[in-house]
Ligand binder design. Structure first.
Ligand code: PMV
Length: 329
């Protein structure tokens, strides 16, 4: 029998246009609502995994660190995959992001998507895309949206087997430029897992959930029509709604800082000057600005005027997780 199975996968973080905030089942990462996202071309995680019967324990390195909390989470997830494959070999895992983790840039999404693909392939599990998304979801909820291509919908589902993600439009359907703005890159103090737990304590959470399916239908329509203004207004309002849930949770959760608010105001000013640009923000202080590709250069020129921005990475809608040839070890 062959003794070594080594595979490398690459996955992009995804940016949610309709957010996943609140879980129906914490153990299974079943979300309170359906969400929609897009994969980001220039942010990525690469993960190499090697299983061998000669390893006596799992060795896991994420961004050159050995953080015990993260390691435990990964080992638990690998146990699930090993059980599925009926193999109990230990693994060596090296994972590297090209962006700061845990600063609201969905590092767990790309991380668990890449790990899911690499580990299942290395163990010879031949899973369909749908099955991969269900498995990735168990690692980190939003990771399921980093498996399929382009614009992706994650159906909330009623139980584990019907809570999966699939592509609703290919990456090249709409030429959007998505600016990831790095204002603050330190790790956040409250993880999104803790945040999800708080969501239902907001008095506005029930109303959000009641109305969200209509929003999903509208967003898909605006993407289909490539109606940028309606799309932009909807996603910006959605981001503010999610943060309003955070602000009004008990205890409240505020991921923004002064620089975030400055950026929001700057976007409003640009729109007053008839520049079509909108923002969205995940669980962190760093906003994403979105414009159509034809306006990208002008937006970049405007952003160069703001000195609180440490770095800008421009992204386009991109493919999902894939196997690559370049191993990290
Ligand atoms: O997958 P998690 O637990 O990191 O949750 C992600 C939550 C948000 O990024 C804030 C929203 C989303 O839909 O990605």
């Amino acid at each position: 029998m062959k003794k070594i199975f080594k595979i490398t996968a690459l996955a992009h973080p995804n940016l949610a246009f309709i957010k996943y905030w609140g879980k129906k089942d914490e153990g299974l990462n079943l979300p309170a609502n359906t969400s929609i996202s897009v994969n980001l071309s220039n942010l990525y995680t690469i993960t190499t995994i090697e299983f061998s019967e000669i390893f006596s324990s799992d060795q896991i390195k994420i961004n050159q660190e050995e953080n015990q909390k993260e390691i435990l989470r990964v080992v638990k997830y690998l146990d699930l995959i090993r059980k599925k494959a009926g193999i109990n070999w230990k693994a060596k895992v090296v994972s590297q992001n090209n962006f700061p983790k845990a600063a609201g840039f969905a590092s767990s999404a790309s991380g668990f998507a890449a790990l899911t693909l690499a580990a299942t392939q290395a163990l010879g599990l031949n899973l369909s895309e749908k099955e991969l998304t269900i498995l990735a979801r168990l690692g980190s909820g939003s990771a399921c949206r980093s498996i399929p291509d382009g614009f992706v919908e994650w159906k909330k589902g009623e139980e584990s087997e019907d809570s999966y993600a699939y592509s609703i439009f290919p990456a090249n359907y709409w030429k959007l430029s998505i600016f990831a703005l790095f204002l603050k890159t330190s790790e956040k103090k409250v993880s999104s897992s803790e945040g999800h737990r708080l969501a239902s304590t907001s008095p506005f959470f029930k109303t959000r959930i009641k109305k969200i399916d209509k929003k999903i239908i509208l967003l898909k329509k605006f993407i289909k029509e490539r109606n940028f203004v309606n799309f932009g207004n909807l996603i910006e309002n959605e981001a503010l709604e999610m943060h309003a849930i955070m602000f009004t949770s008990r205890p409240s959760l505020i991921y923004w800082d002064e620089k975030t608010i400055k950026l929001i105001k700057f976007v409003y000013e640009l729109r007053m000057k008839k520049f079509p640009v909108y923002f969205t923000i995940d669980a962190g202080p760093n906003p994403y600005l979105i414009c159509e590709e034809k306006n990208e250069k002008n937006l970049l020129k405007e952003l160069k005027k703001i000195n609180s921005i440490k770095n800008i990475i421009i992204n386009y809608p991109n493919s999902g997780a894939k196997i690559i040839k370049k191993d990290l070890f």
